[in-house]
Design a protein around this ligand. Structure first.
Ligand code: 5GP
Ligand code: ZN
Length: 114
């Protein structure tokens, strides 16, 4: 399940380069090209789903694996505290419509987010 026009499908297929830091059966994780924290990694399902809710409905195992992968990466990079974000919809900042979990860590953060 991939979309020929999707940037993250192309990264999963290794047609577009990325700094991959972690892979599982259903997920690929790579560093964000414009990092907003010392650790800023995007964890994506190998299959194309447009957002987190569509992934949870269509492949709940992969949905859970995104979170497990993010936690493993945070631990591997020495972070006990971290933030996980799914932007859903252009109105809140989603720019790539292939589900991706942002893992942000390594600096203090405020709440609520902007
Ligand atoms: P969104 O705004 O959709 O939640 O997150 C998309 C993220 O993808 C952004 O943080 C952006 O910096 C990142 N991004 C966009 N294009 C690329 C790319 O070609 N490679 C990588 N590694 N990250 C990208
Ligand atoms: Zn895709």
């Amino acid at each position: 399940m991939s979309d020929a026009d999707c940037l993250f499908c192309k990264i999963v297929a290794e047609e577009v380069p990325a700094e991959v830091v972690h892979v599982t059966e259903r997920t690929v994780a790579f560093r964000d090209i414009n990092p907003q924290a010392p650790t800023h990694v995007l964890v994506v399902p190998r299959d194309h789903y447009p957002n987190a809710a569509a992934l949870a409905a269509g492949d709940p195992v992969a949905s859970a694996e995104l979170v497990s992968a993010a936690a493993a990466i945070a631990t591997a990079e020495g972070h006990e505290d971290y933030r996980l974000v799914f932007n859903t919809g252009a109105g809140v900042g989603q720019t790539v419509f292939h589900t991706h979990l942002h893992l942000l860590a390594g600096r203090s953060m405020t709440w609520p987010p902007g």
